[in-house]
Design a protein around this ligand. Structure first.
Ligand code: ADP
Ligand code: MG
Length: 619
């Protein structure tokens, strides 16, 4: 028997590899740009002719190559970027496969000029179809210029497969933008057939986006920022009303590398749920920084697909941080987005001027008057009534008494509805509203909508309302305070006090006034209108412990935890009797929330029972 197996010659192997790495001129641009960035360049110039079919030239001012490296870089699996397979899990560079130059040189006429800073002269190499034509010394600036001519000259089938110049140029621009967006600190220019398509100066992320997509983009961007142990996210999403019909401006970057991820894309779309018109796609520019150990980039030759260790958590974090950003934007539609810097960090209020919280006192307030004072308006649109008027006993009407005869629902909740801003359920029949809610088991509010019945968990609903209220107070408009007649002094551990100092500003936005923060105690002179002074200690203790116990990795921003914790502490509990006005207000306020179906702790808030479902039960 004769042996039939033999090793392929290098140039054939290179051509085969090229089939994976280089699909079209745009792939060449991508690989050359990545190499230039890995070489530490601060300025990169690209020249393209006939959509890259005849010429792609990339010039960088990076560290260049030595004479030997200049020759070696065209060998397959020749790379300076990794030494062992383990290095794959601590990648800081874009390249690592050592294939790009070998592949490109196998299917084009390539000329490389390169010089390192310490060398007087540089090297110039010409290669055609993997064959070195010449290598000589040359005069060239520090950095590298690679010129790729006549792509696929030796593979006519692939060359014929190329699309029109317009289409191929579109691909080139796509790749260019992906790289340029990931590296605003590098200057880029792109020339096609002698005319300048992009000239991008060194700048910040936002300005880079604007420089690429035009001046109008600025006002469309909503900043996103989240910092957790698993992932740091920054970037922007487009306001929903600017969402496009096509999937144009959608960019994920993971550790500065553009990637495609249908799964994460779904997370973004989910965050936009209910905000977009049919078939509209939101734009986004999201930069995720993760531990290189937690991803695998080497699952596709073009390195645009990534495997994440903990994709599910990433999904959740991404979705909720975008939701918050959109929420921030929605609650404050009058914000001036041109003053971008102030908005780059929606939750970070470090730069905010310190202003004393507004204290609203009702001068006409008379505790012995029968009428409930109405001048005192809580920013949340409702508050607990503790006016102690002549008819105060009536507040307890209907309240259950527990075994030892004490009132169990300790605080009746009263609401003012004047600030309820909207009603997502336009079909709640306002006229009949008075008769369409009732309370079940001191726990659920049952209401009807045209299509059926809603059963709402009162505690979760109220938590959601307060949570959004808190977020808004902390980040947009601070809440009103009620001043305490006698300052409260509370003791905390030194650790807790440190934490308290950290969140003091945010807490003051929600209505707290701290007159003194000592080493292990605090003096409080004002509190949010929604709580009574007797609840303050419990609320703050709970808050501090929530913040301390924030499990790294599940963590959202501190402001988020704070809002959740306060909302949990202040929300009306299960077992509390609500009168029909309270019930209505919870329903209305809930459906004015950005998110209506899930509590801040991701539990369902209500269930629906449609008429159809009812009909079926009666069959
Ligand atoms: P990889 O980028 O995966 O290492 P490439 O084939 O793209 O593989 O490049 C091979 C090597 O050539 C790189 O590791 C790098 O050392 C060197 N190289 C390529 N382009 C440049 C450049 N523009 N400047 C400096 N060195 C470069
Ligand atoms: Mg490379």
């Amino acid at each position: 028997m004769t042996d039939v197996i033999h090793l392929l010659p290098d140039h054939v192997a290179n051509q085969i590899a090229a089939g994976e790495v280089v699909q079209r001129p745009a792939s060449v641009i991508k690989e050359l740009l990545e190499n230039a960035i890995d070489a530490g360049s601060t300025s990169i110039k690209i020249l393209v002719k006939e959509a890259g079919k005849t010429l792609v030239q990339v010039t960088d001012n990076g560290k260049g190559m030595s004479v030997t490296d200049a020759r070696l870089c065209f060998e397959r699996h020749a790379t300076s970027k990794i030494n062992s397979a383990e290095d794959l899990f601590s990648l800081k560079t874009k390249g690592f496969r050592g294939e790009a130059l070998a592949s490109i040189a196998a299917i084009a006429h390539v000329e490389l000029k390169t010089r390192q800073e310490d060398d007087e002269v540089g090297s110039c190499i010409r290669i055609e179809g993997s064959e070195v034509i010449s290598q000589e010394v040359c005069v060239t600036p520090v950095g590298t210029t690679i010129c790729v001519k006549n792509l696929f000259y030796n593979i006519p089938a692939r060359r014929n497969f190329l699309k029109s110049d317009t289409v191929e140029l579109r691909h080139i621009i796509d790749e260019f933008q992906r790289v340029a967006l990931a590296h605003p600190n590098i200057q880029f220019s792109l020339l096609h057939n002698g005319s300048e398509l992009f000239q991008l100066p060194e700048t910040n992320f936002r300005q880079r986006i604007v420089n690429i997509f035009g001046g109008k983009t600025n006002e469309k961007l909503v900043p996103v920022e989240e910092d957790t142990a698993i992932v740091k996210i920054h970037g922007f999403v487009g306001k929903p009303e600017f969402a496009k019909k096509g999937r144009g401006e959608q960019f994920f970057f993971v550790n500065d590398r553009f990637i495609k991820s249908p799964y994460l894309n779904h997370a973004v779309t989910a965050a936009f749920e209910g905000l977009l018109k049919d078939k509209a796609y939101p734009s986004y520019f999201l930069y995720l920084d993760v531990d290189p150990k937690s991803i695998d980039i080497n699952i596709h030759p073009t390195k645009t697909e990534i495997k994440f260790d903990d994709e599910h958590t990433l999904y959740t974090i991404l979705r909720s941080s975008i939701k918050h950003s959109l929420g921030q934007f929605n609650v404050a539609p009058v914000l001036d987005f041109d003053r971008d810097d102030t908005l780059d960090t929606p939750y970070e209020y470090s730069q905010k001027d310190v202003t004393p919280p507004k204290v609203e006192v009702d001068p006409n307030f008379n505790p012995f008057q029968n009428d409930r004072p109405t001048g005192h308006k809580s920013s949340s649109g409702y508050r607990r009534d503790r006016s102690g008027g002549g008819s105060w006993e009536s507040l307890y009407n209907g309240l259950g008494r527990d075994n030892n005869g004490t009132v169990s629902g300790f605080d009746q909740v009263e609401f003012e509805s004047d600030e309820v801003t909207g009603n997502l359920f336009g079909n709640i029949d306002d006229k009949e509203a008075g008769s369409t809610t009732f309370q079940l088991n001191k726990k659920y509010i049952v209401t009807t909508v045209k299509s059926g019945i809603l059963v709402i968990d009162q505690q979760r609903a109220h938590m959601r309302i307060l949570y959004e209220e808190m977020l808004k107070n902390i980040t947009v408009t601070s809440a009103v305070s009620q001043q305490l007649l006698f300052p409260l002094e509370l003791q905390f551990s030194v650790n807790e006090m440190e934490l308290l100092k950290e969140i003091k500003d945010s807490l003051e936005q929600t209505g707290f006034i701290f007159s003194e923060l000592r080493k292990d105690s605090v003096e409080i002179t004002g509190i949010p209108t929604l709580i009574s002074s007797s609840e303050v200690a419990i609320l703050l203790e709970q808050l501090l412990s929530d913040l301390e116990n924030e499990v790294p990795g599940t963590g959202f921003s501190q402001v988020d935890t704070l809002s959740k914790s306060l909302a949990k502490g202040m929300a009306v509990k299960s077992g509390t009797v609500l009168n029909s006005a309270d019930q209505q207000n919870i329903v209305n306020s809930l459906f004015a929330c950005k998110e209506t179906s899930l509590s801040p702790y991701n539990k369902p808030i209500f269930i629906t029972l449609t008429v159809d479902e009812l009909d079926k039960k009666f069959m």
